[in-house]
Design a protein around this ligand. Structure first.
Ligand code: 13P
Ligand code: SF4
Length: 331
């Protein structure tokens, strides 16, 4: 667990006041992903999933966007809002999934499947997005692929588990999937999910589609090994929507543990439990209170995306934010 450097409520209040003061001074909006540490989520203007935060970045009237998340997210904000200053508090905050394919590998893959429609998850670099026809997030991947004419071959990248979930849901035969994975989500196993579900027969199960357990979870719910009516495959924003409406008294959550903070806030009467308490993304936890404060004080680090790459990537990213219902955002 990341150390915050904050000791006690008084420290927290002073830090939070200073962050808010500097944000006003810079005309900055602070966006935080659902996996950030609680202190960062609580001080941000908006907390959400990658789709919701991309939409907010595109629509914001602030001069500066401070993106408390990982690099591809801040880069996506810059692609959507090229005239704004986009700052990432910790530029080393990468993503193992985004690193699983580069633009050369994608060009090679495309050359093996001429005419195929390329669908890339938002967890990719700007260079990969520039080689892509349509971007998606976990919240709208199924809708995006379902909207592609059925006679068109689809190349889906880079997450194999999300790809398998989309293929299963759309029943699409002509879809090729890149074998990438997120080390955090791949580490949440079907065995673990099954054991926890058996030990808590009343609980609902919220499963992020990037998880190693997501596809087996669907299969197991089909075979009756997991309760189909209690198993829900959801983006982080989708989990928040369901948190507000479910009648369940307890929920097992298969995703990065930072998500539990928003879920507990959204519905404190539910007992929220992680399927794997060790499922922490080190990259997401790099944005500590000190790092955020320094970003606002110094105006670092500015995200720069090559203009030509950005304009080629923009079509695919704009298509992404135009598809799918909006998911829950915390303030
Ligand atoms: P969401 O799109 O659900 O926010 O997930 C982003 C991500 O990085 C998952 O690990
Ligand atoms: Fe990337 Fe996985 Fe971290 Fe999400 S949880 S940012 S996919 S490494």
């Amino acid at each position: 667990m990341a150390t915050t450097g904050i000791r006690g409520d008084e420290d927290l209040r002073k830090w939070s006041d200073e962050v808010r003061r500097l944000a006003v001074e810079r005309d900055a909006v602070i966006l935080a992903h659902n996996y950030q540490i609680p202190e960062i989520q609580d001080v941000a203007d908006h907390v959400g999933d990658s789709l919701a935060l991309s939409r907010i970045a595109a629509a914001s009237s602030a001069a500066t966007i401070v993106f408390a998340g990982v690099y591809f997210m801040a880069e996506t904000a810059k692609i959507l809002a090229p005239e704004k200053t986009v700052l990432i508090p910790e530029p080393r905050a990468g993503c193992s999934l985004a690193d699983s394919i580069d633009a050369d590998q994608l060009r090679q893959w495309k050359s093996e499947h001429p005419g195929a429609v390329v669908v890339a998850y938002v967890n990719t670099s700007a260079q990969v997005k520039a080689e892509t026809d349509l971007c998606c997030t976990s919240a709208n991947a199924v809708e995006i692929v379902a909207g592609i004419p059925s006679d068109k071959k689809v190349l889906f990248l880079p997450d194999q588990f999300l790809g398998a979930h989309v293929q299963r849901t759309t029943k699409r035969k002509n879809m090729h999937i890149w074998m990438g994975e997120c080390h955090v989500h791949a580490g949440i196993s079907p065995q673990e999910l099954r054991a926890k579900a058996e030990a808590a027969p009343e609980s609902e199960l919220f499963v992020h589609p990037e998880c190693g357990c997501a596809t087996p979870a669907l299969w197991l719910s089909g075979t009756g090994d997991l309760p189909a009516e209690r198993t829900h495959v959801l983006s982080t924003g989708g989990m928040l929507d369901r948190a507000r409406t479910t009648q369940a008294r307890s929920v097992l959550v298969a995703t990065e543990t930072g998500m539990l903070h928003q879920l507990r806030r959204a519905n404190p009467s539910i007992k929220w439990e992680p399927v794997n308490a060790k499922a922490e993304c080190v990259y997401m936890k790099m944005t500590t209170p000190e790092v955020l404060l320094n970003c606002l004080r110094e105006g670092t680090t500015e995200v720069v995306v090559d203009r030509e790459i950005a304009s080629r990537a923009r079509r695919a990213v704009e298509a992404m934010i135009s598809v799918g219902a909006s998911s829950s955002v915390g303030e």
